[in-house]
Design a protein around this ligand. Structure first.
Ligand SMILES: [Ca+2]
Length: 221
């Protein structure tokens, strides 16, 4: 090989090496740039994911609250639907109604708030001796009346086996509304009923507050 040929070959080799070095350099820069871009996108995705997760958490909290509210409403509806009401209208007072009964309690109270007292009367057909001793049997009929002049509301008229009927009267401070509650205590049952007068419609509404039957009452009766 002549000296000239050797020089030419050297120049060609140098050009090839330089161009290949430039290629690798350019390729490396491109790879680093893409990597950086992907990393940035990943960080942005991570941020979006966290924001979305926070949003989901807040929605889940709202959903839990709504579900709790729904459960409360369902319970209230079930409770109201399970309440049994009975309408008690007035009837003409007949003395025969209380024949054979003994008056146990009597209360004068203005139930319908017309400034005239009604008479709340609790009777039982228990016999009383001349000495005033009550001869309680295994069971008696009990009668609870609200007497309004010549009309009566018969709130309770039933036989109570191995038990008694207790009467509670109470008045609401603000409205002055009077309610009557009976507690029927028996060896095999326990019943609480509440009576409120609907003055607009002139009838009582009986609501069963507690109804426990087929029980063995272990309290002292
Ligand atoms: Ca009255």
């Amino acid at each position: 090989m002549t000296n000239v040929k050797f020089k030419i070959m050297s120049i060609v080799m140098a050009v090839l090496l330089i161009s290949q070095g430039t290629y690798y350099y350019t390729s490396f820069n491109k790879k680093a740039s893409e990597l950086e871009s992907y990393k940035t996108q990943l960080e942005q995705s991570q941020t979006k994911l966290e924001l979305t997760q926070n949003h989901l958490d807040q929605k889940q909290i709202q959903l839990d609250i709504i579900q709790e509210d729904k459960a409360v409403l369902v319970n209230k509806i079930d409770e109201l639907e399970s309440i049994e009401y009975r309408i008690i209208s007035t009837e003409k007072a007949e003395s025969s109604r209380i024949q054979g009964y003994t008056l146990l309690e009597e209360h004068l109270i203005d139930v319908d708030q017309d400034s005239v007292d009604e008479r709340v009367e609790l009777y039982s057909d228990v016999e009383v001796t001349d000495d005033g001793v009550y001869c309680w049997d295994d069971g008696q009929r009990w009668l609870l009346l609200v007497r309004d002049e010549d009309q009566v509301y018969v709130l309770f008229d039933d036989y109570v086996q191995l038990g008694r009927l207790e009467l509670l009267l109470y008045e609401f401070y603000e409205s002055g509304e009077v309610n009557i509650t009976t507690i029927q205590i028996m060896s095999a049952g326990l019943f609480i009923k509440d009576y409120a007068l609907d003055t607009e419609n002139a009838h009582f509404v009986e609501r069963i507050v507690l109804d426990k039957r087929n029980i063995m009452n272990i309290s002292d009766l």
